[in-house]
Design a protein around this ligand. Structure first.
Ligand SMILES: Cc1cc2nc3c(=O)[nH]c(=O)nc-3n(C[C@H](O)[C@H](O)[C@H](O)COP(=O)(O)OP(=O)(O)OC[C@H]3O[C@@H](n4cnc5c(N)ncnc54)[C@H](O)[C@@H]3O)c2cc1C
Length: 494
């Protein structure tokens, strides 16, 4: 799997869908190991990597012991070497700052168990360690190993380094679907035509379920930044990250201070809201009152890629040449070094049969209802699900992506019915979906353009059927609008 370095090939070894945190980190790792990589990216500015706070906080996040904690701690350990390599490649500063994280408590009750036994500081010690804290602070934990990186600088460095190493980054390209034949991906359908490679990686963050039926959904986070005013006694009065019970406060060395963040289950609803910003500001001022006088510099929002159990989805996908790297939720910046190393190892398979056992805990298959029984011999620990598992398909019939039973040039093989031409002959029905949302996601993932609906389902308001007619985009699916279908159905009985 290798091409001459610094020369984008006509067909790359690996095509990565998504050029955010994971797409870029994996591209860098693979390219450095002699693989020719192309990244297809629809909107670099929308990546959660830009919106994040950049905390490297496995201890402050109070992860419980298990595969996720292990993944995060191993990634934290890699950070110094990984970031130095990136800074050397680009000659630029990433803002990496192993400053430690102070987690002050405003109430006696809120003193959770930490991953490691960090000593509990008394109120007096906490106040002397960070001047200016609220008088309500009753104690704190200090996590000396945690820290931060300037995530915007990181995104820029990864992109520059990847391009310098010869990764072909194609911006403004939307991937519309995976074309599959006999358990292999044979191409991607994109906004600029079809693309092929030997191997494919899905790294589309919060947008992942638009391409595959995996349970990744957006969790919106609103943030803002203030700046220490000129004339203040110190250019940066905060010496370390403050991780409060309701807010985090992340000081940058240049005097900027990042405040975050809301966690909202509102789909891809854009914009900052007064309520969201007020929530963050009030909590930040309550914890560190001097902030109330600092000028506000910027507001923004982003979408974390969340899974039902809040763990990432990593490793082999439903096709033999498809790898998944998504669902990093609140810890994607922290997890970039370890994710890229594990994914490169899995794809390159340099020591056959020796993939890191940790990967097993993050397989997409854990969301299959029958996974636990079929994998009882696995060493993977399955974390408890905070919501019911989504039943995708049985292992014997892996996920359908875009069915390509015929040669790839599906554009030349249109099926015309009633004057409308379809690019796929695959038909999908509306029955047996647990929700309209899952139905819509499955339509998109299947690549089908023809949907069959029983007219009685469209007309009824019975539970589970309400809103069905509105849930389907009739411009896209099928050629027979509902009203017309209803008229036709009535005629049959006349
Ligand atoms: C408010 C906020 C605060 C956060 N704070 C932290 C923190 O302090 N520490 C930490 O470790 N993590 C933090 N995170 C989480 C972290 O940012 C994410 O986990 C991480 O960025 C996810 O990386 P990703 O590559 O999966 O997704 P992204 O970085 O979102 O990248 C996905 C990319 O895929 C592209 N894409 C999507 N669909 C397609 C398509 N069909 N075709 C082509 N391209 C496509 C998108 O345009 C996007 O650029 C935070 C996130 C948010 C939103």
């Amino acid at each position: 799997m290798s091409q001459p370095a610094n020369q984008p090939a006509s067909q790359p070894d690996v095509l990565i869908v998504g050029g955010g945190t994971m797409g870029l980190a994996i591209a860098l790792e693979l390219q450095q190991q002699g693989t020719q990589v192309t990244v297809l990216e629809q909107n670099f500015a929308a990546a959660a990597g830009h919106a994040a706070a950049g905390m490297l906080a496995p201890h402050a996040e109070r992860l419980t012991l298990g595969p996720m904690a292990e993944l995060c701690l191993r990634s934290l350990q890699r950070y110094p070497t990984w970031i130095t390599k990136l800074e050397n490649l680009t000659g630029q500063d990433s803002g990496y700052w192993p400053c430690g994280i102070l987690a002050p408590y405003l109430s006696e009750a809120a003193r959770p168990t930490a991953l490691t036994a960090a000593p509990l500081l008394t109120a007096e010690a906490a106040h002397s360690y960070q001047l200016g804290l609220s008088q309500q602070v009753t104690g704190a934990h200090f996590y000396p190993e945690d820290g931060q990186v300037d995530n915007r600088a990181l995104m820029s460095l990864m992109r520059i380094a990847a391009q310098d190493l010869g990764v072909d980054i194609q911006s403004g390209v939307s991937v519309e679907g995976f074309i599959q034949r006999q358990q292999r991906v044979v191409g991607l359908r994109t906004s600029i035509g079809e693309k092929q490679a030997a191997h494919y990686v899905l790294a589309t963050g919060a947008w992942s379920s638009e391409l595959l039926p995996i349970p990744v959904s957006p969790r919106k986070g609103q943030m803002l930044a203030v700046r220490v005013p000129s004339g203040f006694s110190q250019s940066q009065p905060l010496r370390r990250v403050l991780f409060g019970e309701k807010v985090y406060i992340v000081p940058r060395r240049d005097g900027r201070i990042i405040l975050g963040a809301t966690v909202e289950d509102v789909g891809f609803t854009p914009s900052n809201t007064p309520a969201g910003i007020a929530q963050v500001l009030n909590a930040a001022i309550e914890l560190y009152p001097p902030l109330q006088h600092f000028p506000v510099e910027e507001y923004w929002w982003g979408f974390r890629p969340a899974t039902p159990d809040e763990l990432p989805i990593l490793g082999a996908g439903p096709c033999e040449n498809l790898t998944l790297a998504t669902g990093h939720y609140r810890n994607g910046i922290l997890l970039a070094p370890m994710t890229s190393a594990l994914i490169a190892e899995q794809i390159l398979n340099k020591t056959p049969g020796k993939t890191d056992p940790l990967l097993a805990a993050f397989s997409y298959q854990r969301f299959h209802a029958d996974y636990e029984s079929s994998s009882s011999s696995s060493t993977a620990t399955i974390m408890p699900l905070s919501s019911p598992p989504i039943h995708l398909s049985s292992p014997a019939t892996p996920m359908q992506i875009i069915d390509a039973p015929r040669p790839l040039s599906i554009e030349h093989d249109g099926l015309t019915i009633a004057g409308k031409t379809f690019h796929s002959r695959l038909m999908t029905g509306t029955g047996k979906f647990s929700s309209l949302d899952i139905m819509r996601q499955s339509f998109t993932a299947s690549g089908s353009e023809i949907v069959t609906v029983a007219v009685r389902r469209v007309q009824t308001n019975a539970p589970g059927h309400e809103g069905l007619a509105e849930a389907i985009d009739w411009q896209k699916y099928g050629c027979c609008p509902t009203q017309q279908a209803v008229r036709m159905q009535k005629k049959r009985f006349e």
